[in-house]
Design a protein around this ligand. Structure first.
Ligand SMILES: [Zn+2]
Ligand SMILES: [Zn+2]
Ligand SMILES: [Zn+2]
Length: 436
């Protein structure tokens, strides 16, 4: 694939990426393997540390007892990346360093033994910003703590002399390195958009943010794919969203400032276009829903599905009628209700909540977006399971219109979706032939 993109200086934003030719909606713009990546601690028992596939049973590394693999093949392939990490992990047992420390260490190992794939990068890590100068004292302290952890973690495996002689000057200082890693790492997600790990893709860190971006990123294993969700003209800047776009201007801006150290001046932020709709409905009810959300998120984190569903049910049935489905807080609550009822295998209830979210998703995602496509797929699968075949087919068809753009025809998720559509089709044929 001849890349249709190049580094340029974006007015007001600094470094960025622009198109060098016309790019069609749905086109794969760039795909990249990570310079370094790791499965997040939270999911380390459920995901293969080599191919990032989720599996019920995984083989455990007999030495560190932390890394897990699908099979011996994945374990063998992972060894050159895991060898040094394994020793470091063992040296700290039973403590396990945070994801960013493990990722920074993996980055150091990768830089100390560079492979052939590092040549085609548009952009290198040395050029990355650490934003240390614009950081709050509190944040700097948090990073210093991680930096000491990193040094402790690496003590036996990477002596300071080795680090200083082999690494580019900007990566030698642990605090600087940790700051760069936390600012520039990408969350790797699976087909259901659950976070499974973190990775560094230096060239793609160059992409600037827009709250209504013209590109989206999806993953296949650890491979990152950047696709256009609108037609893009030559010289136009390519953008992604660093944050959840389904949120209020104020919240997006705060997150961008806290995490990425800039103020967004995109068109959505300037016009605050969707805020009014997201905050529609009776004000007192909205604050009730808003205040309940953190507690619901805690219940979700604890996998306390029963309590989560009961709380959602109660609030949605007692006060939910005062605000429309488009209300952001109500939408989030309805989404929690979908998750909880799926976990509790209450399929009818799940499909009822799921269907309520769809018109709001359609409004808030004017361009094809993975989150919207995956939500449609979830509802379609529930409808299919409940044998609402015609509804299921219709929902899958809407999902396909999105997924074919965001994931492309070769992605396993698209194949899965097409298979579901075919199943529905066959079942509809059977129904119509048996009724005659
Ligand atoms: Zn594997
Ligand atoms: Zn190990
Ligand atoms: Zn914005």
């Amino acid at each position: 694939m001849a890349p249709k993109l190049q580094q340029f200086v974006s007015p007001g934003k600094g470094n960025g990426v622009q198109a060098t030719a016309s790019i069609r909606r749905g086109e794969l713009v760039y795909s990249a393997k990570p310079l370094a990546s790791c499965v997040s601690n939270k999911l380390s028992k459920e995901v293969c540390h080599h191919c990032f596939t989720r599996r019920e049973t995984l083989l455990r590394c007999s030495q560190c007892k932390m890394a897990r693999y699908c099979n011996i093949t994945c374990q063998k392939r992972a060894w050159c990346d895991h060898k040094r990490e394994c020793k470091c992990l063992r040296s700290l047992l039973p403590r396990i360093p945070t994801d960013s420390v493990r990722l920074a260490a993996r980055l150091i190992f990768a830089l100390l033994s560079p492979s052939e794939n590092s040549s085609e990068e548009l952009y290198t890590l040395e050029e990355h910003e650490s934003h240390l100068s614009s950081m709050s004292e509190q944040k700097k302290q948090g990073l210093s703590h991680l930096a000491s952890m990193l040094q402790l973690y690496l003590t036996q495996e990477v002596p300071v002399q080795e680090m200083t002689s082999a690494l580019p000057p900007s990566c030698q200082e642990p605090l600087n390195l940790i700051a760069k890693v936390t600012c520039n790492c990408f969350t790797i997600s699976d087909g259901e958009l659950q976070e499974i790990g973190v990775g560094l893709y230096p060239s793609l860190s160059l992409l600037n943010h827009d709250c209504r971006p013209n590109c989206v990123m999806v993953f296949e294993g650890t491979n990152l794919q950047l696709r256009a969700v609108r037609d893009i003209n030559p010289e136009e800047e390519l953008t992604i969203s660093y944050v959840e776009t389904l949120s209020l201007t104020e919240d997006r801006q705060r997150q961008l400032e806290d995490q990425y150290h800039f103020t967004c001046h995109c068109q959505r932020c300037d016009s605050q276009d969707t805020d009014r709709l997201m905050l529609s409905g009776k004000e007192e009810t909205q604050s009730l829903l808003k205040e309940a959300l953190p507690k619901l998120e805690d219940l979700k984190a604890e996998s306390n599905w029963q309590a989560l569903l009961e709380n959602c049910r109660h609030l949605l049935s007692t006060v939910g009628g005062d605000v429309p489905e488009e209300n952001l807080y109500k939408l989030r609550m309805t989404d929690h209700a979908v998750d909880a009822s799926i976990q509790l295998e209450l399929w009818e209830e799940a499909v009822g909540y799921g269907k309520k979210t769809l018109p709001a998703y359609r409004q808030y995602y004017p361009d094809p977006h993975p989150v919207h496509g995956v939500q449609l797929m979830r509802v379609g699968k529930l409808q299919h399971y409940l044998e609402h075949i015609k509804d299921a087919f219709d929902t899958f068809r809407q999902a396909y219109e999105i997924i074919k753009v965001t994931h492309g025809d070769d992605h396993p998720l698209t194949a899965d979706l097409l298979m579901k559509m075919k199943e529905c089709h066959t079942e509809m044929d059977q129904h119509s032939s048996s009724s005659h």
